[in-house]
Design a protein around this ligand. Structure first.
Ligand code: FES
Ligand code: FE2
Length: 392
């Protein structure tokens, strides 16, 4: 009833990339054409600063040239040595193997002994790096491989979430950062962030043993490819939040989270009276491996409680929040990651689509967008599948 057509290795289409290298590579190629978070502008503050990242399963880097940010695949056109061999740094794009040097357009303009070795000038050789589309939202830098399928701007891609995230992602100081390797497929880890049903079983110390949410309590908003969890039930709450932000009047009152396709989430949470923004991404490395990247910083919004007592309390407690936030991030991650590594150990035995309940609804939404993006059949129960069924 829940299964969809099995593939060569008997995994249903949705689960194939959890175990199969070719399916994983195909998935990554498609996802590399979607706007994906690469890093933060605070790592690109000075002219010549660069950072390395991964996009669509490939190594890439982003670099500041004056006022512009440019991004390239991290492979020298000569013999494919990586141009950047560390996570970040500063300096011209000069390959460590034979010293080819590239300009802002990614053209190799400095080639030692070019005429003697290649019989032409660097301009005639016209060796060019594979260039990325780059755009920013707040301090976050996004990239995608240029392609004919997805041409929308980052602003259009993020849709009505864009102005909210832009305001949310404008910290006053560089954010703090935590990186965690996980022995599970990135989608399994992303799924758990879209699941409000596991918290009693997996996070009893943090959220309480009786912490089941009422059936109707979390209000899920579907925002194109993306989704959000708001506690309030009104359908126009996302638009209201955007309007309050535009007027400079937004103060966080309750936990809210946005999940942004393909592998990003952003939330604000109360940490001992100080609201924090946490941005988290799951970077795919292999069918059974990913790395979580997490940035956190005090929310750049006016304080919710403006009373003198609350201000004093915040001043006293804020230094503790600074330590409490990473403590809870690490604790919750390790509980979630343990579950995902457990599912990964069963990945070759997955023979159906999961049975999803009310508080896992967004897992189905995500899988529907994922299937469409990578060219898989739509998952069971999705709107797309119902359309196929009624047409048959
Ligand atoms: S591989 Fe880069 S210069 Fe030779
Ligand atoms: Fe969790």
């Amino acid at each position: 009833m829940h299964s969809i057509s099995p593939s060569a290795n008997n995994s249903p289409a949705w689960a194939l990339a959890l175990t199969d290298r070719d399916a994983f590579a195909r998935e990554q190629e498609q996802l590399g054409k979607c706007w994906t978070l690469l890093g933060v502008t605070s790592d690109l503050a000075r002219d010549g600063d660069w950072f390395r990242a991964r996009l669509g399963g490939r190594s890439v880097f982003v670099q500041r040239f004056g006022a512009d940010l440019v991004g390239f695949e991290n492979a020298c056109r000569h013999r494919f040595y990586p141009l950047r061999t560390e996570d970040k740094g500063n300096g011209p794009i000069r390959c460590g193997f034979h010293h080819w040097q590239y300009n802002k357009e990614g053209v190799a303009i400095g080639i030692p002994k070019c005429q003697e070795m290649f019989g032409v000038t660097p301009r005639e050789l016209d060796a060019r790096l594979n260039r990325l589309d780059i755009a920013t939202c707040g301090i976050f830098v996004f990239g995608r491989f240029a392609n004919d399928q997805n041409k929308e701007t980052l602003k259009d891609y993020l849709g009505e979430a864009f102005p909210i995230l832009e305001a949310m992602w404008s910290p006053k100081r560089a954010p703090r950062y935590i990186e965690t390797p996980i022995a599970a497929n990135w989608r399994l880890v992303y799924h758990i962030t879209l699941d409000d049903y596991h918290i009693v079983a997996v996070h009893p110390d943090t959220f309480g043993k009786e912490g089941y949410l009422p059936r109707e309590a979390p209000h899920y908003h579907r925002l194109g490819r993306h989704s959000a969890y708001f506690w309030y039930g009104a359908d126009d709450e996302v638009a209201k939040m955007a309007a309050e932000i535009a007027r400079g009047e937004y103060s966080p009152q309750v936990y809210r989270i946005f999940q942004l396709f393909p592998n990003l989430l952003s939330l604000h949470v109360d940490a001992e009276g100080t609201w924090y923004v946490i941005v988290q991404q799951y970077v795919p490395l292999a069918p059974d491996r990913c790395v979580s990247r997490c940035w956190y910083f005090p929310a750049p919004f006016p304080a919710t409680d403006k009373s003198r007592w609350a201000g004093l309390y915040r001043r006293v407690v804020a230094p503790f929040a600074y330590y409490v936030v990473p403590f809870y991030i690490r604790k919750i991650f390790s509980e979630d990651n343990g579950i995902c590594e457990g599912i990964q150990s069963m990945a070759s035995q997955i023979d159906a689509f999961p049975i999803l309940g009310q508080h896992e609804e967004r897992v189905a939404w995500f899988e529907e967008v994922y299937a469409e993006t990578v060219g898989n059949p739509p998952p069971p129960g999705s709107d797309a599948q119902r359309k196929i069924g009624s047409a048959a």
